[in-house]
Design a protein around this ligand. Structure first.
Ligand SMILES: N[C@@H](CCC(=O)N[C@@H](CS)C(=O)NCC(=O)O)C(=O)O
Length: 190
């Protein structure tokens, strides 16, 4: 049985929850209070962060790595394209994500001086480019959709200035695995 050390608020954990749901993998959850993390979490991940996936003696942190592991361990349904070039491009999007939209989201949420500006800059870039990315669902979409859901439903951020992004988000939320994640966020917002 897989155990996921998890936090409902965490968008990185959301990535893993969505992949597990898409693959129909059963798992159990140990919820970690991020404000009072237990000391033992550092034995599983020296950085003390979630998500962490555990399967017997095998312990794996880092959402990017966990998603790839799950993709290889449970190949169906495939969430990476078959073509090596396309796979590499998906990995590039995921790899770059944290240093653009991810970071600016947190800067905005913390109320940093230029947080709103940085976020708007990233969302505009996203808006201009999203039409050029393949309209195929997979790990790239799963990697970024948790932040879009949280912007819209937790931080009350108005995405109407980014119609292509909003349209993509709404279409992604039609998938049961993503809709379930939107439900997790809705419960946090109440
Ligand atoms: N690079 C990590 C980031 C995970 C992460 O930052 N998780 C946050 C919760 S959203 C956390 O555990 N924060 C606790 C901390 O920073 O000490 C991943 O992709 O899994």
């Amino acid at each position: 049985m897989i155990t996921l050390y998890d936090a409902p608020r965490c968008p990185y954990c959301a990535r893993v929850r969505i992949v597990l749901a898409e693959k129909g993998v059963e798992y159990e959850t140990v919820e970690i209070d991020l404000a009072a993390r237990p000391d033992w979490i550092y034995e599983k991940n020296p950085l003390g962060k979630v998500p962490i996936l555990e399967e017997g003696a095998f312990v794996l942190p880092e959402s990017e790595v966990i998603m790839e592991y799950l993709e290889e361990r449970y190949p169906e349904p495939a969430l990476l394209p078959a073509d090596p070039v396309e796979r590499a491009l998906v990995r590039l999007v995921i790899h770059r994500f944290d240093t653009n939209l991810g970071d600016s989201y947190y800067a905005f949420r913390r109320g940093d001086e230029h947080g709103a500006e940085r976020l708007a800059h990233c969302l505009s870039f996203f808006e201009r480019n999203i039409g050029r990315w393949p309209d195929r669902y997979g790990l790239a979409e799963i990697a970024y959709v948790p932040w879009l859901i949280r912007l819209r439903d937790l931080l009350g951020f108005d995405l109407s200035a980014y119609p292509a992004l909003l349209d993509r988000l709404e279409r992604l939320c039609e998938r049961p695995a993503v809709a379930a994640e939107a439900g997790v966020v809705a419960a946090l917002a109440t």
